[in-house]
Design a protein around this ligand. Structure first.
Ligand SMILES: [Zn+2]
Length: 175
C-alpha cells in the first residue's frame, strides 16, 4: 500500500511506500519532506492500488526535461529560419567569372597606343591615380556568398543540436 504525502510548500503529492518511513525526500519545489513513521503514514491518503506507479515513489521534477525540450525546439525553429534565409539568399547571388570583368577592347586600345601616348597615359595615372577604388562586384558577391553560407551552415548546426536536445529530453527516463 502506498500513501500520498503532500508537500508543505506546494500542492504536489508524493507517493510514498511504508518501506520509506522516516526517510527524507526532496520535492520538485526544493522543499525537503520527511516521510512519517509507519503510524503517521496511516493518516495519509492511501493511493488506490490501480493508480500506484511501480517502483518506489520519487519526487517528480520535470523542469530540466521541459527546459531542454523548449531550448531544443527553439534551436530547431531558429536554425530553420536562419538556414532557410541563408539558403534563399545564396540562390540569388551570382558570382561572375573573372573573365567577364576583363575588357578586351581596353586591352586592344592600350596595344595600339604609340609610345608618346602610352607615356602620357602612364604619367596621368601616376599623377592622378586610377580614381576612387571600387570593390569589384565579383568580390562583393563572393564575400556575400561566404556570409550567407555561414548562415546556412549555422542554421543546419542549430537544427541538428536542437534535434539532439529534443530527442534526448523526450527519450530520457522520467526522473
Ligand atoms: Zn513542493
Amino acid at each position: 500500500m502506498k500513501y500520498l504525502l503532500p508537500c508543505s510548500q506546494c500542492d504536489r503529492q508524493h507517493e510514498v511506500d511504508p518501506t520509506q518511513a522516516g526517510e527524507k525526500i526532496q520535492c520538485g519545489c526544493g522543499q525537503e519532506l520527511e516521510i512519517p513513521s509507519l503510524r503517521g503514514l496511516r493518516d495519509l491518503t492511501p493511493v488506490p492500488a490501480a493508480l500506484a506507479s511501480r517502483g518506489t515513489a520519487r519526487p517528480t521534477n520535470d523542469l530540466p526535461r521541459r527546459l531542454t525540450l523548449v531550448v531544443g525546439m527553439l534551436l530547431i525553429a531558429g536554425g530553420l529560419v536562419a538556414g532557410a534565409y541563408g539558403g534563399l539568399v545564396l540562390t540569388q547571388i551570382r558570382v561572375p567569372d573573372r573573365a567577364a570583368t576583363v575588357d578586351p577592347t581596353a586591352d586592344a586600345a592600350i596595344d595600339e597606343l604609340d609610345p608618346a601616348d602610352a607615356f602620357r597615359m602612364w604619367t596621368n595615372f601616376r599623377d592622378e591615380g586610377l580614381g576612387p577604388y571600387h570593390v569589384p562586384y565579383r568580390f562583393m558577391a563572393q564575400s556575400a556568398k561566404g556570409y550567407f553560407t555561414r548562415w546556412l551552415l549555422g542554421g543546419l548546426i542549430a537544427v541538428g543540436l536542437g534535434g539532439l536536445l529534443s530527442a534526448g529530453a523526450m527519450l530520457a527516463p522520467r526522473s
